[in-house]
Design a protein around this ligand. Structure first.
Ligand code: GLC
Length: 740
């Protein structure tokens, strides 16, 4: 009794002394905000046991890692997806948690954002996602995605930013900055070469050094070097027969050494496959092992993860040094100091009028008017309008895989059109029906297709004009991760339905809602075609803004729409080009993806990259570069005047394409090197200035493993699309000149 009494006194005295020392000495260095981040990180690492470090580098639940409870280092919570904050999940499987406070503002898909060609809007988009993620207490948002659009069949193109690396780079940097300003990490994905969903977790991409460096990496590099992204996600596929998630060339050499990435490299869910490779090839956090990241997840105790007990055992056996784990923990702690240990980060907001306004603006600015014969659009007031098609009413923010959202509101095209034109002027018929978004599109619809078709024909017959709202949807094997479309055609019998409707009413506009190009056998017969997107919460309002003429369309295609699938580069080399043979896919087209292929091979697209009409017209004049010759270290200043020569306000995106006269290595006919969007009142002229560093004219010389600008003559063409080229200017690059 006596001894226990004294022991208790000793312990309480020691506790008092410790508390006193802390109060005098101040917080432990890792918590001392007066110290540098690096000092705090090193102090924290010095205090952690090996077991605590191992715990930090892999999941504790479907979307979180444990932090270090003993040291008060918080858990890290992650959420999808690029278009808004995904709903909550249960701890350890793909079941929605069923909370009632986890809806969000569903933003338009990233293809729509890319189609705006408006970097300022991209920053505001990122800010909306960051503010809502912060409010939902997320530390990492799993997006944006910037994989290049190589085939119109890929199930995830709607989550990415099109076929051109410069467009993707210029749009992703402000998105990242807008998001991370909220103390939430963006997570650039999927690094790298995730250009198809079919066979995604096995396929080995065989691609040349030039295409890798000139096409597939630039948007990632911009996100890291210019955007300062705090996290990057590995892709499921392989490169040079090694999983990209733990690939020495991609992760250690390019991402971390060459680009200086100081953030966290995280798996895709289930994309880790080997302990030693994961430990040595740059993986920092392992998530979702033994799941397909989409629907199924084998509940495999987190201690069995590749970077859990197996890694601990290897270190204990002396097969790997503990410093390998230290670097991972260092990066994770750096992310914590930027996010959940950053006392100065904003508080976040949810579903504000501002968020709603940005969602509407992005949708409005991204909608692309492909065809508009005789001013068929905008819809003249007083017309009796038949709205036909499932995408006029279908909720399209759900489904599609990990980018699914639970929108607080989602205004459908039908609702938006009714609100704008009046119920009395709008009739509706479903026309066709697909299956449940979470199952195969082959699932027979619950409706009798023929009755739907006949009803739609009658509705069309009775109206002055028809707005057919169709396209793809988020069903499996449509615009959905996990696999690709099986055909280039519209699904669910839409083509024949459009033909039937045209029979009874030729005054028909087709509005395609999709994240991919589709075949258009009816193109010649319809007076107007609109490429719309998954527009999220304000979709119907944004569409009505454009179809009513309240706003003029200003979107430009972020990808080419080929006439036939076989006109597309990826589909010109047989199965080896897509989807691959024996899980090997060969990018034989090299640099010639999208308009680069169509231009260089002289295979005209049905609608080219960068195409998009307005309700007004524009004239270009006075294109010139500030000099006739440049040193390699110079920057071109290109100016030209754009005039609105039509009868209504409109915004035009001027695109600048560069061509080299005699390149030492083969190059595409032309490449996008700058763009600028400008808003003009009728009759108004504006001079726009676009600067292009001469270094941006370089190509990657795979024989010398470096970027090269030849001494040569170059041409800059200004276009309203990649084929509607309206002015050009020439200049020389001469390495003997002194840089100015
Ligand atoms: C999925 C997706 C990835 C997503 C992750 C978590 O497999 O490929 O983009 O962030 O799993 O849902």
């Amino acid at each position: 009794m006596e001894l226990r009494f004294h022991l208790r006194n000793i312990i309480s005295c020691m506790t008092l002394i410790a508390a006193f020392m802390v109060s005098v000495a101040g917080p432990a260095p890792y918590l001392d905000e007066s110290l540098s981040a690096e000092e705090r990180i090193e102090d924290a690492i010095s205090r952690m046991t090996l077991e605590e470090k191992i715990a930090m580098i892999h999941a504790q639940s479907k979307f979180s890692t444990p932090g270090c409870p003993r040291l008060g280092i918080p858990e890290i919570w992650m959420s999808d997806g690029p278009h808004g904050v995904r709903m909550e999940f249960t701890w350890d499987d793909w079941a929605h948690a069923g909370w009632t406070n986890d809806s969000c503002t569903a933003m338009p898909a990233l293809t729509c954002l890319a189609a705006t060609f408006n970097p300022g809007l991209a920053r505001r988009y990122g800010a909306v996602v960051g503010e809502e993620a912060r409010f939902r207490k997320k530390d990492i948002m799993l997006g944006p995605g910037v994989n290049i659009y190589r085939t119109p069949l890929s199930g995830r193109n709607f989550e990415y930013m099109g076929e051109d690396p410069l467009l993707a780079a210029r749009m992703v940097v402000p998105y990242i900055k807008g998001l991370q300003a909220n103390g939430v990490a963006a997570c650039l994905k999927h690094f790298a070469l995730n250009n198809q969903e079919h066979d995604r977790d096995k396929v080995n991409v065989v691609v040349g050094e030039r295409a890798l460096n000139e096409l597939y990496l630039p948007a990632f590099k911009a996100g890291v070097v210019e955007g300062g992204v705090w996290a990057v996600m590995g892709s499921y596929n392989k490169f040079r027969d090694t999983y990209c998630t733990h690939n020495d060339t991609l992760v250690n050499k390019i991402l971390k050494d060459q680009w200086g990435f100081d953030g966290v490299f995280v798996t895709d869910w289930g994309s880790a496959h080997d302990t030693r490779e994961a430990a040595l090839n740059g993986l920092d956090i392992e998530m979702g092992s033994w799941t397909n990241g989409l629907t199924w997840g084998k509940s495999n105790a987190y201690d069995n993860y590749y970077m859990a007990q197996p890694l601990l055992a290897m270190i204990r056996r002396g097969e790997l040094d503990e410093s390998v784990v230290d670097d991972k923990v260092r990066r994770i702690l750096r992310l914590c100091l930027r996010t959940n240990m950053n006392r100065n980060r904003p508080w976040g907001t949810m579903h504000t009028p501002g968020h709603i306004a940005v969602a509407r603006e992005v949708g409005r600015e991204g909608i692309v008017l492909l065809k508009n014969e005789k001013g068929f659009l905008p819809v003249k007031s007083g017309k009796k309008i038949a709205v036909i098609g499932e995408n006029a009413v279908k909720t399209l923010s759900i489904g599609g895989g990990s980018s699914e959202l639970k929108p607080r509101i989602e205004i459908s095209p039908l609702e938006g059109l009714r609100a704008r034109f009046g119920d009395e002027n709008i009739s509706f018929s479903l026309g066709y029906a697909s299956g449940d978004p979470n199952y195969s599109c082959e699932l027979p619809s619950a409706y009798d297709a023929d009755s739907l078709r006949l009803a739609a024909i009658e509705t069309a017959r009775m109206a002055d004009m028809v707005l057919f709202v169709g396209g793809l949807n988020k069903n499996y094997r449509q615009d959905c991760e996990g696999d690709d479309r099986l055909t280039y055609s519209l699904p669910f019998g839409q083509d024949s339905l459009i033909a039937d409707l045209l029979e009874v009413n030729p005054n028909l506009a087709v509005i395609i809602v999709s994240g991919n190009a589709v075949d258009m056998p009816w193109e010649e017969k319809v007076p107007a075609i609109v490429q719309s997107w998954y527009l999220g919460s304000m979709g119907g309002v944004a569409l009505a803004d454009i179809l009513s003429g309240d706003f003029s369309p200003s979107g430009k295609l972020p990808f080419s729409i080929p006439r036939r699938l076989e006109d597309c580069a990826a589909h010109s080399f047989g199965e080896r080009g897509y989807p691959g043979v024996d899980s090997q896919v060969y990018y034989d087209e090299g640099l010639l993806v999208g308009y680069r292929w169509h231009d260089t091979k002289k295979i005209p697209a049905r609608y080219p990259f960068g195409h998009g009409l307005s309700y007004t017209t524009f004239r270009y004049s006075g294109l010139e570069a500030d000099r006739k010759q440049y040193a390699p270290g110079d920057t071109l200043t290109v100016t030209l005047t754009v005039t609105n020569t039509g009868g209504c306000r409109g915004a035009e995106t001027v695109q600048l394409y560069a061509s080299q006269k005699n390149p030492r290595l083969a190059r595409p006919a032309k490449e996008l090197k700058g763009f600028r969007k400008t808003d003009l009142q009728p009759g108004e002229s504006k001079e726009i200035t676009i600067r292009i560093p001469v270094s941006d004219l370089a190509y990657y010389d795979d024989t010398m493993q470096r970027w090269v600008v030849d001494d040569d003559e170059f041409t800059i063409q200004a276009g309203s699309s990649s084929t509607d080229l309206r002015a050009k200017t020439r200049f020389r690059v001469d390495s003997n000149l002194a840089a100015r």
